[in-house]
Design a protein around this ligand. Structure first.
Ligand code: ATP
Ligand code: MG
Length: 505
């Protein structure tokens, strides 16, 4: 301690002794100053700096000459570096004899193999540094997955809505749209096979039934109301599910819609807990069936031709195969009769009850269901159906059987022809030859064995329209199915007749 005091006094003495004007004496710890007693003289500044290098504190005191004090005011050498070096420059003698604090924060690497304040980051900090970003990355990934799944679920939900939720129906069923609008859209949209199923269901479930209008083999027919308009609802009993399904299927055959085929609207199967209600909704025609209508009214020449021609048009469309992607297969009705033809407001016909129909696949020359030989109404069965000689593998056979039945319907119409107030009462075909509910055997005897047909009265020859009708009937009734007229031929003949008679159809 005494030595230190002596050396300091010597230093001070030397400093005062050798001092030049403007010179500044500073403490100096560098190697060059060993000779000068840890002193240095400068025209610039005294500098002290403290740093940590490889875990060791280092204290440096020295002189900085004027040429090193650049840039002026903020010399590089006088700047510290936060966390690395604490530096102090001053301009009075020995002003750098101070102890600067060890810098805080990140120092040079190496201390304890770690980082951090004073180079002493621990394992926890290291783990935090590595795991933190990893954790954040995982969090982002999870968030991404969650958002993706949410989006997928929302998308699937939307898809399902579009298929079955009636809440989407507004797209089709805007409040001010009538059935006619809907059907018009259908016929112009090119879908050609009917309303989407969920719209059918919604329409069916918002119908209010009004009154029963008929009963058939498969169930009841009701008049219903939908948006201020009438619709017909055929309600099948649960055990007739197959008939319901088949009829709905046939009605939805692509491109079937035609002015002379009953306009199909909807099919719906509604389970009320105890049983399933099977509905088939179609256009309603207030005149009812042709049979009902002929019971009530006689027909003029115009009425007869219109009914006959429109029925032929409907049947020709049904029978016809239309080729192409938007085409339709040939369809045979197999239960054509006056009860299954409806009379529209404009006194033309709409063919209905397609539940027994068969479709032809021309590519494979097959029929879309295995046809049982004898279906339909016995009274209207063609001779080859009655005696079971019909070739069921040949689609045209079914069309020929339809033509036979069309001839019988024409006979029912023609009988009601009103010539100057004189007309015959309504009768079913073969009314005079078989009982009211004839058996197959009874029909077969009359039609196949005795080869009898409904009577074409001689006086029919006196009226051109009746004469033509009589001729068509005969040509529809040939025992040989292949010899019969086609629906298209009948249509053409009646078209010519309507021109001849100056009738607008
Ligand atoms: N769309 C409709 N518009 C108006 N009346 C209809 C309509 N559909 C059917 N009807 C009436 O309901 C009656 C019953 O029809 P349905 O088809 O159930 O039996 P059917 O034709 O009399 O006998 P079948 O069971 O042998 O076909 C018809 O005769 C007709 O009077
Ligand atoms: Mg019917």
């Amino acid at each position: 301690m005494a030595n230190l005091r002596i050396s300091l006094a010597v230093v001070l003495f030397q400093a005062v002794l050798y001092r030049s004007s403007d010179a500044l004496w500073c403490n100096c710890t560098t190697a060059e100053c060993e000779k000068t007693g840890s002193l240095c003289e400068t025209d610039g500044a005294c500098m002290a700096s403290t740093s940590v290098f490889e875990g060791q504190e280092q204290h440096i005191r020295t002189c900085l000459n004027q040429d090193k004090l650049v840039p002026p005011g903020q010399p590089f050498y006088c700047r510290g570096a936060e966390g690395y070096v604490n530096t102090h420059c001053c301009y009075t003698d020995f002003c750098n004899s101070i102890d600067l604090k060890v810098p805080t924060g990140t120092t040079s690497p190496g201390h304890d193999g770690g980082y951090g304040p004073g180079g002493t980051w621990g394992l926890i900090q290291l783990v935090a540094v590595v795991a933190g970003p990893l954790f954040l990355l995982c969090l982002l990934l999870l968030l991404g997955m969650f958002l993706y799944q949410y989006h997928q679920r929302a998308y699937n939900h939307r898809q399902r809505l579009e298929v079955e939720d009636p809440s989407c129906d507004h797209l089709y069923l805007a409040k001010d749209r009538t059935l006619q609008d809907l059907i018009y859209d259908l016929s112009t949209s090119g879908s050609g096979s009917g309303l989407p199923l969920f719209v059918q269901r919604t329409v069916a479930r918002t119908i209010v039934l009004q009154e029963i209008i008929g009963k058939g083999r498969f169930g009841e027919v009701w008049r219903g109301r939908w948006r201020g308009g009438d619709v017909a609802v055929k309600i099948f009993s649960s055990r007739e599910e197959r008939s319901w399904f088949r009829e709905a299927e046939i009605y939805q055959t692509i491109m079937l819609r035609h002015e002379n085929i009953l306009g199909f609207i909807a099919a719906d199967n509604k389970d009320n807990g105890t049983w399933t209600q099977l509905w088939l909704v179609s256009d309603y025609h207030e005149h009812g069936s042709l049979c009902d209508s002929l019971h009530r009214y006689s027909v003029t020449t115009e009425g007869m031709i219109k009914l006959a021609l429109s029925a032929a048009s409907g049947l020709a469309h049904l029978h016809m195969e239309i080729l192409g992607t938007q085409g339709k297969p040939g369809i045979a009705h197999r239960d054509l009769k006056s009860k299954n033809i409806l009379v529209k407001k404009n006194c033309t016909c709409a063919i209905a009850d397609l539940g027994l129909a068969v479709r032809h696949d021309s590519a494979t020359d097959t029929i879309d269901i295995a046809p049982n030989q004898r279906v339909g109404t016995k009274r209207y069965m063609a001779p080859e159906v009655l005696d079971e000689t019909i070739n069921t593998r040949h689609f045209d056979s079914f069309k020929c059987a339809d033509i036979y039945a069309l001839g019988l319907v024409y006979w029912e119409i023609a009988r009601r022809f009103n010539s100057g107030g004189v007309h015959e009462e309504y009768q079913l075909p073969y009314f005079d030859l078989v009982p009211s509910d004839p058996s197959i055997e009874e029909m077969r005897k009359v039609v196949c064995d005795q080869k009898l047909r409904p009577n074409i009265a001689n006086w029919w020859q006196s009226y051109e329209a009746l004469r033509v009708m009589g001729k068509i009937m005969r040509e529809c009734w040939y025992a040989n199915g292949a010899a019969r007229l086609t629906a298209l031929r009948v249509k053409k003949t009646l078209s010519q007749l309507s021109v001849q008679e100056d009738i607008k159809v």
